[in-house]
Design a protein around this ligand. Sequence first.
Ligand SMILES: Cc1cc2nc3c(=O)[nH]c(=O)nc-3n(C[C@H](O)[C@H](O)[C@H](O)COP(=O)(O)OP(=O)(O)OC[C@H]3O[C@@H](n4cnc5c(N)ncnc54)[C@H](O)[C@@H]3O)c2cc1C
Length: 408
Amino acid sequence: MSVPSGRVLIVGAGPAGMTLAYLLARRGVGVTVLETHTDFARSFRGEGLQRSGIDAFRQMGLGAQFDLIPHIELRTVEIYSNGRLVVRTDAAGLGRGQARIVSQPALLQMLADEAGKHSNFRLEVGVTMRDFLRENDRVVGVRAGAADGPREYRADLVVGADGRHAATRKHSGFPEISSPQTFDLLWLKVPYPDDFPDRATAMFEVATQRSALAFPTADGQLQVGFAIPKGEFSSLRAGGGDGWTEQLIGRLPAYLADHLRAHREAVAGAVLLNVVAGRLTEWTAPGLLLIGDAAHPMSPVGGQGVNIALRDALVAANHLCPVLTAGGDPSAIDAAARRVRDDRWPEIVSVQKMQEHQVRMLFDPDSWGTRLTYRLLPFLIRTGLLQWLQRKEYRMMSDGVVPVRLVV
Ligand SMILES: Cc1cc2nc3c(=O)[nH]c(=O)nc-3n(C[C@H](O)[C@H](O)[C@H](O)COP(=O)(O)OP(=O)(O)OC[C@H]3O[C@@H](n4cnc5c(N)ncnc54)[C@H](O)[C@@H]3O)c2cc1C
């Protein structure tokens, strides 16, 4: 079946794809989004919004709608070591001023509702992109699969926004700089424990390669993440029984460990997130542009990926709207797509380097720097030295590395 899809076809209804779709739709550009899932509900997606991500919604004129989405505002960070509280501090000093934990399904639904107000927008769910359609060395659409069989979509421009395991990246053949990761994350949610300090606090248990974090979520639960050495999930679970969950739980503060023991089935059912990070050196080919994690899978460190994906979409809209609304020819569209990559490259490189630096400081088991960091952390935070030393990095991870202004 061949389906008409307007001028732009976006693969993936995540933060990058839905934001770009909304921005193009409101300028009258025909846009279709393909999403493999049938709804926006997922167990674990990036939900940490920094000031730069929040600013993106305000720039789009969606500030009021954004504020209505269920969220938690982080004000305090507690650091534990060997289950003991070593420091409780203001989140703003650690670059988390005004950071929010936002329900991502609700956020994507809001974008879909806003885009849906324009008749030139279409969201097709339960449709999985399989490969590109190419003619004369140009991408002219995609082949996709749906419950009722294969489909073909054609468009002037295909935008790959299909995330960290993107099919569009795989089929693009673009060269990639991959950044080897030393840890994976286990994620789970449990009911909010009565003895957790409050709903504006995030806690970290720091230990070499065995860190953990917990924070309240917008749906009234507690999200818990355990960092484990990369690739060790199978061997960790191999012992079976309660032993492996106890290895994770046992290093948390006693009240939280007891709470997790009471919800051990949630710990045993933790979802493994295979942490990957890197960036493609090219994001465009004739008729094709990749953005968001499809172009540069982000590590979860510092809660950056959603914010970066939103900013990619704003920049893409800035460059694409003028050529698409002016009836741009293919070469004008391709030139606009190349400018997206050029504008975004410096921020992506800087943020990924800062994430790598933080991983080296916090997770590298062999580094004397990591051991020293853990030993000195309470002192450095209490005296404000860490906040001062890291102030530039924290500001960039909160506000972005380069200014991004939506002009369309
Ligand atoms: C454990 C973890 C925690 C994180 N925490 C944070 C955080 O707190 N804050 C933060 O900012 N970032 C965080 N991130 C990163 C963040 O989730 C991503 O960087 C961000 O979601 C990228 O947005 P995106 O729109 O590019 O891709 P995605 O959000 O991955 O969206 C891609 C969409 O494409 C769809 N799709 C995939 N393949 C196809 C296909 N073939 N056909 C059709 N549709 C397809 C997917 O279903 C998905 O809906 C975290 C990441 C991880 C792994």
